[in-house]
Design a protein around this ligand. Structure first.
Ligand code: ADP
Ligand code: MG
Length: 245
C-alpha cells in the first residue's frame, strides 16, 4: 500500500474489514468503501495543497459574510458565482467599493471555493504583484513568472487603486492582465471608479486597453455600503454608551 501510495487504505483496511464483517457486506462493497475513502482523502489533501499555494492572507468563506450589512451586493448572484462556472468560461469579476466593505473577504471566499473545486488559484495584492514583477524583471526571470501565472485558473488581484504605479509597474500589470485574457479568470478588487483608473495607471491609453480586456466578460459587484469594521465599532460604542446609561 505504501508503494502504491494508498495511505488511507493502509490505515483503514483493518477497521473497515471489521465493520464489513459486522455489516455482513461482501468483498466488492468492502473494496468500494476503502477506495472511496482513499479518493475522498486524496481530494482533501489536494485541496489543502491548492489553498496553501494560493497564499490567501487570511482564509474567509461565504458563511461568515453578513449580506444584510451590505445590501448593495446581490446575494443570489454571489452564491451563483461561488460554484465557479465563471472560471470555466474565463470570465472575470470586478469587486468595487469603499474600504472595509468586504471586497477582500468576498474575493478570498471565491478563491477558497475555487481551490475546493480543483482549480489553481493565486492571491496577490496589486502592489505586491507589481513589486514582484519588477523584481523578477530585474533578475531577468520575468518570463518564467509570467508563465507560472498563466498556469493558474484564477488570479486574485486585490486592492487596485490604493497606491499609484510607476510606468514600468503599470505596464507589467497590463502584461499580466493581457496574458490572462480568455485563459485565466481574474478577480480584481478596487476602491476606485473607472474614471480614476488613469491616475493610478498613469496613462489613458493603457487604462483603456486594460479595461477593455478586463471588462470584456465581467461580473461587476458593487459594495457601496458602510465599512463593516466601522459599523461594528460604532455598534460596540453604542452598546457601551447605552450600558453606561
Ligand atoms: P475591503 O477589502 O472591502 O476593504 P475587507 O474584506 O478587508 O474589506 O473587510 C474588512 C473586515 O471586515 C474583514 O475582516 C472582513 O472579514 C470583515 N467584513 C467586511 N464586510 C463584512 C460582511 N458583510 N460580513 C462579515 N464580515 C465582513
Ligand atoms: Mg481589501
Amino acid at each position: 500500500m505504501k508503494k502504491l501510495k494508498l495511505p488511507t487504505v493502509l490505515r483503514e483496511y483493518r477497521p473497515q474489514a471489521e465493520l464489513a464483517a459486522k455489516d455482513r457486506c461482501d468483498y466488492p462493497t468492502y473494496l468500494l468503501r476503502l477506495a472511496e475513502r482513499e479518493l475522498i482523502e486524496r481530494e482533501q489533501r489536494a485541496a489543502e495543497r491548492r489553498v496553501k499555494a494560493a497564499h490567501f492572507p487570511v482564509i474567509k468563506t461565504l458563511d461568515t459574510f453578513d449580506f444584510a450589512a451590505q445590501p448593495s451586493l446581490n446575494k443570489e448572484r454571489i452564491h451563483e458565482l461561488i460554484v465557479g462556472e465563471y472560471i470555466e468560461r474565463h470570465e472575470n469579476i470586478l469587486l468595487a467599493g469603499n474600504v472595509g466593505t468586504g471586497k477582500s473577504h468576498l474575493a478570498t471566499a471565491l478563491g477558497f471555493a475555487a481551490c475546493g473545486q480543483g482549480r489553481r488559484v493565486r492571491f496577490f495584492t496589486v502592489t505586491g504583484l507589481v513589486t514582484h514583477l519588477l523584481e523578477k524583471r530585474e533578475e531577468k526571470t520575468l518570463e518564467r513568472l509570467l508563465q507560472q501565472l498563466e498556469r493558474h485558473d484564477l488570479l486574485i488581484l486585490d486592492e487596485l487603486g490604493y497606491v499609484p504605479f510607476s510606468k514600468a509597474g503599470a505596464e507589467l500589470l497590463f502584461e499580466v492582465i493581457s496574458r490572462a485574457y480568455e485563459r485565466t479568470s481574474l478577480i480584481v478588487t478596487t476602491n476606485l471608479p473607472f474614471e480614476e483608473w488613469p491616475e493610478i495607471l498613469g496613462s489613458e491609453r493603457l487604462t483603456g486597453a486594460l479595461l477593455d480586456r478586463l471588462t470584456h466578460r465581467v461580473h461587476i459587484l458593487e459594495a457601496n455600503g458602510e465599512s463593516y469594521r466601522l459599523r461594528d465599532a460604532k455598534k460596540r460604542l453604542k452598546g457601551r454608551k447605552s450600558q453606561k446609561k
